[in-house]
Design a protein around this ligand. Structure first.
Ligand code: GTP
Ligand code: MG
Length: 385
C-alpha cells in the first residue's frame, strides 16, 4: 500500500510551495520561515522547489484552501515554472485536495503527506516501519474515494475507470483490516519493550532521553558522548527509531542515553498517535536533554514548539537540561563560548552550551547530568548497571 509520493527517478519533481498565513496562528513563526522549513522538507523528499506562493487569509478556504484569485494565479504560474507538484504547507482536507488536483491538474501533496514520505524513507527497524505504515493508512483512509474519482477525471480510458462505490468499500475494509493487524503487531513490540524497561528499572540505571527539534544534533550528541556510530546527517528526520546507548559518567555512574525522533512545527497528530510506542520511551526517562540548534534563525520558535509537544505528551513536568548546540558555528573557541550569557527562558534545571560535533563542553554536560542524578538520588553506580 505504501507508495512513494515523490519520484526518486533521475528527473526530480518540480514542486511549487503554497502556504496560507493565518493571523495569530503562527504566532512568532513567520509564514516565510514556515515555508523555508517546508522547502527543506521537500528537498529531503527529493523534490526540486521551483517557486512559492503565499496568501494571507483569515482562514483557508473550505473548498480550495486558497482564495479563487490566488488559485488562478497559481494555475497561471504552471506554464512559466513548469511545476508538476504543488506542496501545501498545512494538512488539506480530502475534498480540498481533490478540488485542487482537479483545478491544477498536477499532483497535490500536503505537509502531512510530505512528512510521512520522509518518515517512510528513514524507517529502518520493523517497529519504525510499522508505525509509518499505520500513519500512512490512517492518512489514506478518508482520501480513498477522491483518489479514484480524480483518476477518472484525468481523461478516463484503460486503467483509470473508478472501481465504483463497492470497490471503494472493499478497499476501505482491506485498509481497516491492515490497520488492526499493524496495531496488534505494534502492541506486541510495545509489550516486549515493557519487559526490557522493567529489567532496566530493576537494575536502577537512570535513563536520559535526547529530545529536540529535528536536525538539532541529538544523534551527533549521542555519537560523541557514547561513541555510538548512529546515523547523523544534515537532513530532517534522519532518526526515527529510538537507539539507547550506555554511558559511564566521569563520577563513575552508569546511565543509559536514548535518542529518538525529532519534533517539528505542525507535527501532524496522526504521526504523534502512530509513534505512541516510540514516544512512550520518553515517559520512562528520568531526565530529558532538550537539544537546541542555536544556528537556526527560528531557534526560539523551535524550542517553544518542542516544549509545546512535550506538554501535549504530558511530559511538561519532566526535569530537563537545555543543551544549546552547534556553538562552534557561532564562536571560534570553547573559551569564547563560556563567556556568552544566553537569555534562555526555559523550565530547565540547567543550561549548557555545547558543540556536539567538536566535543565542546560535553564534560560539563555530563557533570550537570551527574549533579541532577545525585540530587534526585537516582542510582546507577553499582556494577555495570
Ligand atoms: N557545526 C555543527 N554541526 C552539528 C553539531 N551537531 C550536529 N551538527 C550537524 O547537524 C546535522 C544534524 O545532526 P543530527 O545529529 O543528525 O541531528 P538530529 O537532531 O539527530 O536530527 P534528526 O534525527 O533528523 O531529528 C548534521 O549535519 C550534524 O553534523 C554541532 O555541534 N556543530
Ligand atoms: Mg537524529
Amino acid at each position: 500500500m505504501t507508495k512513494d509520493l515523490i519520484n526518486t527517478a533521475a528527473t526530480k519533481e518540480r514542486a511549487i510551495l503554497v502556504g496560507v498565513g493565518i493571523k495569530g496562528e503562527h504566532r512568532n513563526w513567520s509564514i516565510e520561515g514556515s515555508l523555508d522549513e517546508l522547502q527543506q522538507l521537500a528537498k529531503t523528499a527529493g523534490a526540486e522547489v521551483v517557486g512559492r506562493m503565499v496568501q494571507n487569509l483569515e482562514k483557508p478556504s473550505q473548498s480550495h484552501y486558497l482564495g479563487s484569485g490566488k488559485l488562478e494565479e497559481l494555475l497561471s504560474l504552471k506554464d512559466e515554472l513548469k511545476y508538476d507538484t504543488a506542496i501545501f504547507n498545512d494538512e488539506l482536507r480530502p475534498t480540498q485536495q481533490e478540488n485542487l488536483e482537479t483545478a491544477l491538474e498536477v499532483k497535490v501533496i500536503d505537509r502531512t503527506a510530505l512528512i510521512l514520505d520522509i518518515f517512510a524513507r528513514s524507517a529502518c527497524t520493523s517497529e519504525g516501519k510499522l508505525q509509518v505504515e499505520l500513519a500512512q493508512h490512517e492518512y489514506m483512509l478518508p482520501r480513498l474515494a477522491g483518489q479514484w474519482s480524480h483518476l477518472e477525471r484525468l481523461g478516463g480510458g484503460i486503467g483509470t475507470r473508478g472501481p465504483g462505490e463497492s470497490q471503494i468499500e472493499t478497499d476501505r475494509r482491506l485498509i481497516r483490516n491492515r490497520i488492526t493487524s499493524i496495531k496488534k503487531q505494534i502492541e506486541a513490540v510495545r509489550k516486549h519493550r515493557e519487559l526490557y524497561r522493567r529489567k532496566r528499572e530493576q537494575s536502577g540505571t537512570p535513563l536520559v532521553a535526547l529530545v529536540g527539534y529535528t536536525n538539532a544534533g541529538k544523534s551527533t550528541l549521542l555519537n560523541t558522548l557514547c561513541h555510538a556510530g548512529v546515523l547523523a546527517e544534515n537532513k530532517l528526520f534522519s532518526t526515527l527509531d529510538p537507539v539507547t546507548k550506555r554511558l559511564r559518567l566521569p563520577d563513575g555512574r552508569n546511565i543509559l542515553v536514548t535518542d529518538t525522533v525529532g519534533f517539528i512545527h505542525k507535527l501532524p497528530p496522526l504521526i504523534v498517535a502512530a509513534f505512541h510506542a516510540t514516544l512512550e520511551e520518553l515517559d520512562e526517562a528520568d531526565l530529558l536533554l532538550h537539544v537546541v540548534d542555536i544556528t537556526s534563525p527560528d531557534a526560539v520558535n523551535q524550542s517553544q514548539t518542542v516544549e509545546k509537544i512535550l506538554t501535549q505528551l504530558k511530559l511538561g513536568e519532566k526535569p530537563r537540561i537545555t543543551v544549546i548546540n552547534k556553538m562552534d558555528q557561532v564562536v571560534e573557541s570553547i573559551e569564547e563560548a563560556q563567556n556568552i550569557s544566553l537569555d534562555v527562558k526555559s523550565p530547565a534545571q540547567a543550561t549548557v552550551i555545547t558543540s556536539a560535533l567538536k566535543n565542546w563542553n560535553l564534560d560539563k554536560l555530563q557533570e550537570k547530568i551527574g549533579e541532577y542524578l545525585e540530587i534526585s538520588k537516582l542510582g546507577g553506580r553499582e556494577g555495570t548497571g
